[in-house]
Design a binder for this molecule. Sequence first.
Ligand code: DGP
Length: 128
Amino acid sequence: MPIDATQPYDDSNIFARILRGELPCRKVHEDEFALAFHDINPQAPVHLLVIPKGAYVSWDDFTAKASDAEVAGFMRAVGQVAREAGLVAPGYRLLANTGGHGHQEVPHLHVHIFGGRQFREMVPLVRG
Ligand code: DGP
């Protein structure tokens, strides 16, 4: 079920539990600002998730409330993860589903990194 992106942060969500080490993940990167790991239900040969360490529900919540250092650190982590996965030369796609219409399911900001195959043009995806 998609979430309401205006809800307060719920620290029992699955990615909060991964951040606290209560649940396992296949980690590919961790630094002061971000954790990155393989998506449990990959939609492409490479499907990684990058999440901020801070408690932010969505892209909206993060960009409204996070410090400049957190925003910069998170953005740099997304780039670094894609680079380290060897995705720059072939190319890749980023996605941050937000709220109901975006079909966001986990209420902790995450950026999907998809790679390893050719993706279609954006129009069919946006039409859903
Ligand atoms: P979204 O629809 O953007 O909220 O995508 C949530 C993604 O999170 C979805 O692709 C599956 C992934 N996911 C859900 N639970 C887990 C989990 O426990 N571990 C991992 N690695 N990924 C998960």
